[in-house]
Design a protein around this ligand. Structure first.
Ligand code: COI
Length: 356
């Protein structure tokens, strides 16, 4: 694999690190980044780790005009012993290639991508924060760089990985979030790009989020794009509901993003013999459970969001207050176990953790 030797240019002007007790999400970036180029002649080539810096890209590059791009999100965690570890990076790289296939972007070598991330982490390891609830968020992404205005897949790309020390994604921290069910706009439809991690899905969600934000809600809950009847996802997280002792979550249907944390939650629940169902869930059904006092908990799952309890769900004119707006027992157990595994304080029976 000699074509995959990673060259390294050291940043001679390292930045001051932010206060790890007050870390926002996604605002600070480390000293280095990984870049690899793609051309039709050479395939993926010239992997390098260089000082974090602005990119020089032709204004005609296809990413700017037709949005041919994908991204991933995973985290590196600092253990009590001072080591650094990753959580299921293979799953993120698998999904990166699934997104690539949907967006007509050439696939990357998944094993090499994980090695490249580890290499970058070694170099910027001092940036992995240690304050409770903090981590180093890893953002791999690919952009179409060919300068061309016709609509077809680009012939050139860049695969880039940047790192950002982060705290909680939501301003409410680990406290329950308020979510508004979106009845007007739609996020994705089957056959569209909903299950790919591509920028357009997020850009098209902004308008609804802006309205929700003005009304005091952290995010919106998307319904299916055809009937606006069935629950899909929040955009930054998948959703789960505990109803009558059973946990239910929308089944993957081609328009929902297949979350790594979602998959981990399902496995943990099964491990604890808690019944979990992946199926269609309509808002009417959920509302009926709520009215009958059967909706015991609601929470979202995601790399950035971790396990975020949902304290209020607004739907039409109804304000569904769930578990008195407090974090429920299952959400709390999932949060403690998941983060315990990630930070190395809880045994990992699933072999999810990868040491860096
Ligand atoms: C993640 O959880 O890593 C995500 O990619 C969600 C993101 C939009 C913040």
């Amino acid at each position: 694999m000699s074509e995959y030797t990673i060259t390294f240019i050291k940043n001679e002007q390292p930045k001051e690190k932010p206060d790890s007790d007050h870390l926002p999400f996604g605002k600070f970036f480390t000293d280095h980044m990984f870049i690899q180029d793609y051309s039709e002649e050479k395939g993926w080539h010239n992997p390098r780790i260089v000082p974090y810096q602005p990119l020089v890209i032709d204004p005609a590059a296809m990413i700017f005009h037709y949005g041919q791009t994908i991204f991933e999100g995973l985290k590196a965690y600092r253990t009590a012993e001072g080591n650094v570890q990753l959580f299921r990076p293979d799953k993120n790289m698998e999904r990166l290639n699934r997104s690539n296939r949907r967006m007509c972007i050439p696939e990357v070598d998944e094993e090499f991508a994980i090695d490249a991330i580890k290499h970058l982490l070694h170099i910027d390891q001092e940036w992995v924060p240690s304050a409770p609830g903090t981590s180093l968020y890893i953002r791999p992404f690919i952009i179409a760089t060919e300068p061309f205005l016709g609509v077809r897949p680009s012939k050139n790309y860049q695969f880039i990985v940047i790192l950002s020390p982060v705290g909680a994604y939501y301003e409410s921290g680990i406290n329950p979030v308020k979510i508004a069910v979106e009845n007007n706009y739609v996020r994705a439809v089957k056959g569209g790009t909903g299950e790919a991690k591509t920028a357009g899905n997020y850009a098209s969600s902004l308008i609804a989020q802006e309205v929700a934000d003005k009304e005091g809600y952290a995010q919106v809950l998307w319904l299916d794009g055809l009937e606006k009847k069935y629950i899909e996802e929040v955009g930054s997280m998948n959703v789960f509901f505990k109803v009558n002792g059973k946990v239910i979550t929308p089944a993957l249907n081609g328009s929902i993003l297949e979350g790594v944390t979602r998959n981990s939650v399902i496995q943990m629940l099964k491990h604890w013999d808690i019944p979990v169902e992946e199926r269609k869930i309509s808002m009417e059904e959920l509302y009926d459970h709520y009215i009958n006092g059967e909706l015991e908990e609601a929470f979202g799952s995601g790399t950035a969001a971790v396990i975020s309890p949902i304290g209020e769900l607004a739907w039409n004119n109804e304000h569904m207050i769930i578990n008195d707006g407090k974090t429920g027992a299952i959400s709390s157990k999932l949060y403690q176990t998941l983060t315990g595994i990630q930070y190395g304080t809880v045994k990992d029976p699933f072999n999810w953790v990868v040491k860096v």
